[in-house]
Design a binder for this molecule. Structure first.
Ligand code: GLA
Length: 688
């Protein structure tokens, strides 16, 4: 039969194919396929998400579970679409209008155009596959084609269905301030499970991604279906089982109880919800996400992430020009490439209580503005970065005195202060314009290469119309700044990792992973962060010992070895470090610069919970961290994905190892008794 092949390419490349007779679309990535099929009722159904299929194979599969279940009819699970028309009727009865396939070099986009049978609501299901990527990106667009407003109670980006399996498990990360990204894996409960943030940012508590497996996946084998949402505000994913026990989930932006009024001719487009199938376990899943994010999400993936120094832990609010200059001198001495001045450089900001919103250099602290410090930093051979929190305001600030109406608030309701601050209503275009104005000015007048964009409190007193436009305006300001200042680097931060998501990563270069810089606890935080997000985006500082939060003592090498597995920064009070520690710092920073291309551009293999390998071409780096000083692991660290017939040279000792031996017996151990961490650099010197 004649399939309408608008976009064809050899099987196992990234393609979109339409089969008109079967009313079937087949999206293929190099190692997966995703099939959508219209049912007899005209509704769109998933027919397959998993291993690669040909169009002939996919044609044998029936329409199975709905691609975007609306409420109504014989549906009792969580609805992706909740709509109320002018006459109070709800739900969607589907009518297929047509589809568009747009080829993009090596990939493509599909739009399945649908409408309600009776009401003038158009619903487009969007899909995108990208060159070489394993991801299927999905989003939804609604359009009111009528003359009366339509109320949207919920519009998710996508619903996903796992194939029938006996023992589903879910994997996700949970946490709080200072303990973000704690990995959890367990059965999919039979009762509905909701992962959500109601805070207006994506949240420390649960990160907006979810993995499902059949209970049999492990690090290196088994099928895993995973999804991550590109949204930095409130979100929700609802995972449930249907009457047959099938696991499925729907997810998107928005906030419970809010409604969206879609006026005549208006559209609502959701953020992207990305799905990833991996046949090779949790390790394969992570590597697919890292590849996808590095190639298709990050705005400047190839840019070298500089070694930064950040002064926050050293100084907190007590800063001065001389002290920053002295810290900069020490930082330059250990090889730092970019010096970041954190909070308290502006307005009357001498503590948490005042000054946020007054974005000019504090005249007592910087009587001649920022130029003397920036010049000093540049003379030392570093670039300069600065902390900002554009969305916040202290009530005790000139900005708030001038514009009390600019903050999130509601009539007859108290204004909730957190960390003695309020949030500016970024959904207002005048607020967003103001923020863009002073940020652009700051970057234009000063030689600033890096912004740490912080957001230190959740939403409160936000009206219905705030939640979504607020985030879009934050995105728009960041995008504009990046466009006008093309060399600018942005670090996303929300009291640490409270706003780490694909939406933020699309306009930042790295994320401040956590305010918890205790190296030992960081191992778990980094383990969770890198399940999805790549190491090049994982801001990681070496700070003082004892640690400011945990009071734990740890050797400088250990602290470095943990941070060197991400985007290295130094955040300790270098003015108090011993000569010995400063020497170590310089040596390890130097070593980091040599391995940075491997850590940031290579493929990551987890070797258990406390060891990670990065491999790029012939080069491999392995980090091993002891779980505690007392509990020493002597179990072998087995390397992965090496050439079994290759010979590998240890760059420190010069010893030669066989790839096959490293993979079956591991690195030579045990370690010397006082070693809490190791960094092994291997280069393949011969291969098969
Ligand atoms: C947040 C950030 C910290 C620091 C402070 C400054 O807590 O996560 O790194 O920048 O704000 O107030």
């Amino acid at each position: 039969m004649a399939a309408d092949r608008r976009l064809t390419a050899p099987h196992r490349r990234t393609t979109i194919i339409y089969d008109a007779e079967a009313r079937l679309w087949l999206l293929s990535t190099p190692s997966s396929s995703y099939a959508v099929r219209l049912g007899p009722d005209d509704a769109p159904y998933n027919a397959h998400w998993g291993r690669p299929l040909t169009i002939e194979q996919a044609r044998t599969l029936p329409p199975d579970r709905e691609e975007l279940p609306a409420e109504g009819g014989e549906r009792f699970g969580a609805a992706s679409l909740q709509i109320r028309y002018g006459d109070a009727v709800r739900g969607v009865e589907w009518r297929h209008l047509g589809h568009d396939i747009h080829g993009e070099p090596g990939g493509g986009q599909l739009a399945i155009r649908m409408a309600d049978r009776h009401y003038p609501l158009e619903i487009t299901l969007h899909y995108r596959v990208r060159p070489g990527s394993e991801a299927v990106e999905r989003w939804t667009r609604l359009r009111n084609a009528g003359t009366e407003p339509i109320t949207i109670l919920r519009c998710d980006s996508a619903a996903w269905t796992a194939p029938p399996r006996e023992d589903y498990r879910m994997t996700h990360v949970v946490g709080d301030w200072g303990r973000e990204f704690q990995l959890r894996r367990g059965p999919v409960p039979e009762a509905e499970t909701v992962l959500t943030s109601r805070r207006g940012h994506s949240g420390h508590q649960v990160n907006p991604w979810l993995m499902i497996d059949a209970g049999d996946a492990a690090e290196d084998h088994g099928e895993v279906w995973s999804t991550a949402l590109a949204w930095s505000g409130s979100w929700r994913m609802t995972l449930g089982r249907d009457q047959d026990g099938r696991a499925g989930w729907t997810g998107g932006f928005g906030h419970e109880g809010l409604t969206w009024r879609l006026g005549p001719g208006e559209e609502l487009e959701t953020p992207v919800f990305t799905g990833m199938y991996a046949p090779d376990g949790f390790g394969g899943t992570s590597r697919r996400w890292h590849d996808h994010i590095r190639r298709h999400v990050l705005p400047a993936p190839d840019r070298v992430r500089p070694v930064i120094y950040n002064s926050w832990e050293a100084t907190e609010f007590d800063i001065s020009e001389t002290q920053q200059m002295e810290l900069a001198e020490r930082a330059a001495g250990v090889g730092v490439e970019l010096f970041v001045m954190d909070d308290a450089w502006f307005g009357g900001r001498t503590g948490e209580h005042a000054g946020l919103g007054d974005w000019w250099p504090n005249p007592d602290r910087f009587p001649n503005g920022l130029t003397p410090l920036i010049d000093h930093v540049k003379r030392l051979g570093m670039r300069f970065g600065i902390w900002v929190e554009p969305e916040s305001v202290n009530p005790d600030s000139d900005l708030h005195r001038a514009h009390p109406e600019w903050v999130l608030h509601q009539p007859n309701r108290a204004r909730t202060e957190m960390r003695e601050q309020l949030l500016l209503d970024f959904s207002r275009s005048d607020v967003a314009e103001w923020a863009h104005g002073w940020l652009d000015d700051l970057l234009t007048r000063n030689d600033i290469s890096f912004l740490k964009w912080d957001m230190n409190r959740p939403f409160t007193e936000a009206g219905d119309d705030v939640w979504i436009p607020y985030i879009r305006n934050v995105y728009a300001v960041m995008d504009r700044l990046r466009a006008d200042h093309p060399d600018l680097l942005i670090e996303g931060c929300a009291s640490g990792g409270g706003r780490a998501d694909l939406g933020m990563l699309a306009r930042t270069d790295q994320i401040w992973t956590s305010d918890n810089t205790d190296a030992l606890q960081r191992v778990a935080i980094q383990h969770g962060y890198t399940q999805i997000y790549p190491a090049c985006t994982m801001g990681a500082w070496v700070t003082d010992s004892p640690n400011r939060i945990s009071a734990r003592l740890s050797p400088v090498r250990y602290r470095f070895h943990v941070a060197m597995a991400g985007a290295l920064g130094i955040g300790g009070d270098l003015l108090t470090w011993s000569e010995d520690d400063l020497r170590w710092a310089a040596m390890l920073t130097e070593q980091y610069k040599r391995i940075r291309p491997i850590v940031h551009g290579g493929r990551m293999y987890r070797l258990g919970d406390c060891a990670v390998q990065y491999t790029r071409g012939p080069e491999t780096v392995v980090f091993v961290w002891q779980p505690t000083a007392l509990r020493r692991t002597t179990s072998p660290v087995l390397l992965k994905a090496l050439d079994p017939d290759g010979l590998y040279r240890d760059e420190e000792t010069g010893a030669l190892h066989h790839g096959a031996v490293l993979m079956s017996h591991g690195l030579p151990r045990p370690l010397p008794f006082d070693t809490m961490s190791e960094l092994v650099r291997l280069t393949r010197v011969t291969h098969s």
